[in-house]
Design a protein around this ligand. Structure first.
Ligand code: PLP
Length: 452
C-alpha cells in the first residue's frame, strides 16, 4: 500500500471514531431521559432483565461482525457502567463542612485565630497508656509488614470491649482492624456491593456516605423517618449511625426491629456505623443484637480521642471478615502494627476511660445549652455524639451562605446543614470542642445580629 492509501485509511478511521463519539453522546442523552422517567416512577437504576436482553443482542451482533467476545464484553461493560454513572446523582465528596474546615485552616495559616465548631474532633486526648504502647512497639521493631487480619492482641482487646459494650458475640475471629472507620465503610461498600445496587440511608446523615455511594455508582434510597421505611424494600444494604451524626439520635429497639424485618426479606446487609456508640447519654441498643446480617463499624477516633491515628475495626460474621481482609490486603496491606498495639492499650482501658469521657461530654453539652440560650435556634438535647443540629429561626436563612460568611466575617467555623440532606435551615455545631466556650458565645452573638 502507498502513502496515499495510508492517509486515506487514517482519515476514515478518524471519521469512524468521531461517529462513535456522536453515537455515544446520543446514547447518553437517551440514558438521561430514561433516568428522569425512572426517577419519576421510583424505579431502580439497574434492571437486570433489560441488561441481559441487551447483552444477548450485542453478543449476536458481535458474532455477525466477527468480533472477539472478550472485546464485545468490554464494550458492553463500558456502556453499562456509563449508564449507571449517568443515572446516579453526583456526590458532594466528603461534604461542605470539609470545605469550611479547609478554608478555616487556610485562614489559620495566615496567623489568625479560627473557632472550630465544624469538625468532629473531640476535645480530649487519648488514654495515657497509648503513647507508651506505641513507642515500645516501635522500639521492639513492630514496624514491618503485617497481615490484614490484624494482631491477635488488638483483636482480643476489641473483641472483649465489643462483647461488653454491645452484648454481642464478638469473638476475635469476627474482628478486623481498619485504617479508621471511614475507610472501613468504603471497604465494605467496595467489597459487598456492585454499581447500581440500592443502598438505604436515614437522613440527616454524615455526608461521606453519599459521597462514597456516588463514587461507587451506588443508588441511595434516602428516608427521613420510619414512616417511609417501606421504601427500603429491595435495597442491598442500609447504613445507620446510632447515636447519629449530626443530630445525635439513638435508634430505639422497636425501630431497629421494624428496619430488620424489611432488610431480612432481601437478606440485605446492615452497616452499623458505631462511631459514637461510646458517646450515648441514653440506653443504646446495638443494631448487631437485633439484625444478624450486621457489620459493626468502630473507631478509636471519637471516644478515645485518636483521630490522627486513623484506627478503627469492623465486627461481623467470619466469612465477611475474611472477604474484607482480602480487600484490605489488596489496598493497604495491613494497619501498622505499632498503631494496633496503641489501640489495644486504649481498648483495654475502655471501661474506665469511656465512663470519664462521657461525664466530660455531658459537661460540654450543659455548657453549650447555656451558651446558646437566647440564640434564634430551635433545638433538642441530643441523645449522644458530639453535635447539635438546630434549626435556625431566621427569615431567608441559608446554611451554606451563613457558614461561609460567618467564617470570613467572624472567624467561626460551623458545618452547613445542607451537607446532611435537605436541611439548609440547620447548622451542625460541634459542642464538644476546645473552642466551645468562646466560639459558642460568638456564634450566639453572630446569629442574634445576623441579616441575610
Ligand atoms: N462515621 C461517622 C458518623 C463520623 O462522623 C466520622 C467522623 O467524623 C467517621 C465515621 C469517621 O471516623 P474515622 O474515619 O476517623 O474513624
Amino acid at each position: 500500500m502507498n502513502d496515499m492509501n495510508l492517509d486515506d485509511l487514517r482519515a476514515r478511521i478518524r471519521d469512524v471514531t468521531l461517529r462513535i463519539v456522536d453515537l455515544y453522546a446520543e446514547r447518553l442523552s437517551l440514558v438521561r431521559k430514561v433516568a428522569e422517567l425512572k426517577a419519576e416512577r421510583g424505579l431502580p437504576v439497574r434492571n437486570r432483565e433489560v441488561e441481559s436482553d441487551l447483552w444477548r443482542s450485542v453478543l449476536a451482533r458481535c458474532g455477525e461482525a466477527g468480533l472477539d467476545e472478550y472485546d464485545c464484553r468490554r464494550i458492553f461493560n463500558f456502556l453499562i457502567s456509563s449508564s449507571i454513572s449517568a443515572q446516579v446523582p453526583e456526590g458532594g465528596g466528603a461534604g461542605p463542612h470539609v470545605e469550611v474546615f479547609r478554608r478555616a485552616k487556610e485562614i489559620e495559616r495566615s496567623g489568625e485565630k479560627v473557632y472550630h465548631l465544624e469538625v468532629g474532633e473531640p476535645p480530649w486526648s487519648f488514654p495515657p497508656n497509648v503513647l507508651d504502647s506505641l513507642v515500645e512497639a516501635v522500639k521492639r521493631g513492630e514496624t514491618r509488614y503485617g497481615t490484614s487480619l490484624g494482631l491477635p492482641r488488638f483483636k482480643e482487646a476489641a473483641s472483649e470491649w465489643l462483647s461488653h459494650r454491645d452484648g454481642v458475640d464478638a469473638r476475635p475471629e469476627r474482628v478486623i482492624p481498619t485504617p479508621g472507620s471511614k475507610y472501613a465503610i468504603f471497604s465494605i461498600l467496595s467489597t459487598f456491593l456492585r454499581p447500581g445496587d440500592r443502598i438505604g440511608l436515614m437522613l440527616p446523615a454524615w455526608p461521606a456516605y453519599r459521597g462514597m455511594a456516588a463514587h461507587l455508582s451506588l443508588e441511595m434510597v434516602e428516608i427521613r423517618s420510619m414512616r417511609e421505611v417501606e421504601r427500603l424494600r429491595g435495597v442491598s444494604a442500609f447504613i445507620l449511625c446510632s447515636p447519629n451524626n449530626p443530630d445525635g439520635r439513638v435508634w430505639t429497639r422497636k425501630e431497629l426491629e421494624e428496619l430488620s424485618e424489611i432488610l431480612r426479606e432481601n437478606d440485605a446487609l446492615l452497616i452499623s456505623d458505631d462511631a459514637y456508640a461510646e458517646l450515648s447519654f441514653v440506653d443504646r441498643m446495638a443494631p448487631a443484637r437485633i439484625y444478624e446480617n450486621t457489620l459493626s463499624v468502630n473507631t478509636l477516633s471519637k471516644a478515645f480521642g485518636m483521630t490522627g491515628f486513623r484506627l478503627g475495626y469492623v465486627m461481623g460474621d467470619e466469612e465477611r471478615v475474611r472477604k474484607l481482609s482480602k480487600f484490605l490486603g489488596l489496598t493497604i496491606t495491613n494497619v501498622p502494627e505499632f498503631l494496633q498495639e496503641a489501640g489495644a492499650s486504649a481498648l483495654e482501658s475502655a471501661r474506665d476511660w469511656t465512663g470519664r469521657v462521657k461525664e466530660n461530654l455531658a459537661s460540654y453539652l450543659d455548657l453549650a445549652m447555656r451558651k446558646l440560650e437566647g440564640a434564634p435556634l430551635e433545638m433538642n438535647r441530643p441523645d449522644g455524639a458530639l453535635y447539635l443540629f438546630p434549626r435556625v429561626e431566621l427569615e431567608g436563612f441559608s446554611s451554606m451562605d451563613f457558614a461561609f460568611r460567618l467564617l470570613e466575617e467572624s472567624r467561626i467555623a460551623v458545618a452547613p446543614g445542607s451537607g446532611f440532606g435537605p436541611y439548609d435551615d440547620r447548622l451542625r455545631i460541634t459542642y464538644a470542642s476546645p473552642d466551645a466556650d468562646q466560639g459558642l458565645r460568638l456564634l450566639r452573638e453572630a446569629l442574634q445580629s445576623w441579616r441575610s
